[in-house]
Write a protein that binds this ligand. Structure first.
Ligand code: CUA
Length: 347
């Protein structure tokens, strides 16, 4: 189904920004060729022109040329700036999440991709999405570092233990496209892949209908919160409330014990469940027990989705705009920083 792209050997361009990546890539090749050929030619030309004609000749004295030196500084400067600009545009487009779109949760695990739709359907190593829709992936892993990569969409992002990373794309052509793990993750790394199916909207609706949806992530999160984990005993409103209020916090700046602040994003919520003593909200005691080891990454995804829903955040609404690599940014002030080191890896 992957018909040839306009460039031989290249996968099809099947997302909205795929052409940008290809243009940048070919521009880089063009620049490289445009320098390599004249330099190689000059090497041969000068080797012949200035070959040794007599032994121990005294060479002519050379003086610098301001004009020449200025020209060969300014031209490369301009070229390198165009490369920078092109790269910045592509990066900005790819790693700034769109405001709206379909949210999908991805959990990597040696050696498979577990995927859940916001309406509850689950799939493994397959991802069904509608065409011409913004699709946003919130990703994490149960074990080691993986990387979610769809060459036909010209996008990929690391999937990192202990935090959420994000990826988005807007498929432009119905079809079946390869999905890969692009980070060596052990014995069956090469087998950790599958397919992305891009479908017309009605077909996609039919696909959703035809699959058991079970609980949505938000419902599943509510169930964990209220029943299975008992979070509600401290975090539900009313006179019994001992835990920090969770309604309306998402995306807000939270004041912490000790004076620092932190933005309540997905990663903060996740971290607060696993390492509650790390960033305690001002005005509360550090009495919450850790849930590390008691909840799976999939349950955490559901809990975070539920807690976001308490702030009126619908799945698919504006996600944090942090890029996948840069969101490793140092947590603010008094956080425990290394708390999300890869202690979960390989167990
Ligand atoms: Cu997972 Cu390579």
């Amino acid at each position: 189904m992957q018909t040839n792209s306009w460039v031989p050997l290249f996968p099809e361009q099947a997302s909205e920004f795929a052409w940008q990546v290809d243009y940048l890539y070919f521009y880089l090749i063009l620049v490289s060729v445009a320098f390599t050929i004249p330099i190689a030619a000059a090497v041969f030309f000068f080797a012949v022109k200035y070959r040794e004609r007599e032994k121990y000749a005294t060479p002519e004295e050379m003086h610098g040329s301001i004009v020449l030196e200025t020209v060969w500084s300014i031209i490369p400067f301009i070229i390198s700036m165009t490369i920078f600009l092109g790269g910045a545009i592509v990066y900005y487009t790819q790693y700034r999440m769109p405001d709206d779109g379909m949210e999908i949760y991805v959990v990597g695990k040696q050696w498979m991709w577990k995927i859940q739709h916001e309406s509850g359907q689950r799939e493994i190593n397959e991802l069904h999405v509608p065409v011409n829709t913004n699709v946003k992936l919130t990703m994490t892993t149960e074990d080691v570092l993986h990387d979610f990569s769809i060459p036909a969409f010209r996008t990929k992002a690391d999937v990192v233990p202990g935090r959420y990373t994000y990826l988005w794309f807007r498929p432009t052509k119905p079809g079946k496209y390869h999905l890969f793990c692009a980070e060596y993750c052990g014995l069956n790394h090469s087998g950790m892949g599958g397919y992305v199916y891009v479908m017309e909207q009605p077909e996609f609706e039919a696909w959703l209908q035809g699959n058991v949806s079970g609980q949505t992530p938000v419902e599943q999160g509510r169930d964990l919160f209220e029943n299975k984990l008992g979070c509600a005993s401290c975090h539900a409103g009313g006179p019994q409330q001992r835990g920090a209020q969770l309604e309306g916090i998402f995306g807000k700046e939270i004041k912490l014990v000790g004076g620092g602040t932190v933005i309540a994003d997905d990663n903060y919520i996740r971290e607060s469940i696993l390492n509650p003593g790390g960033q305690v909200v001002a005005g509360y005691q550090p009495i919450m027990p850790t849930f590390k080891g008691q909840v799976t990454e999939e349950q955490l995804v559901a809990l975070v989705a539920y807690i976001k829903s308490l702030s009126g955040v619908e799945p698919g609404a504006a996600a944090p705009t942090t890029p996948p690599a840069a969101n490793t940014a140092a947590p603010t002030s008094n956080s425990t920083g290394g708390a999300n080191s890869n202690t979960q890896g390989g167990n």
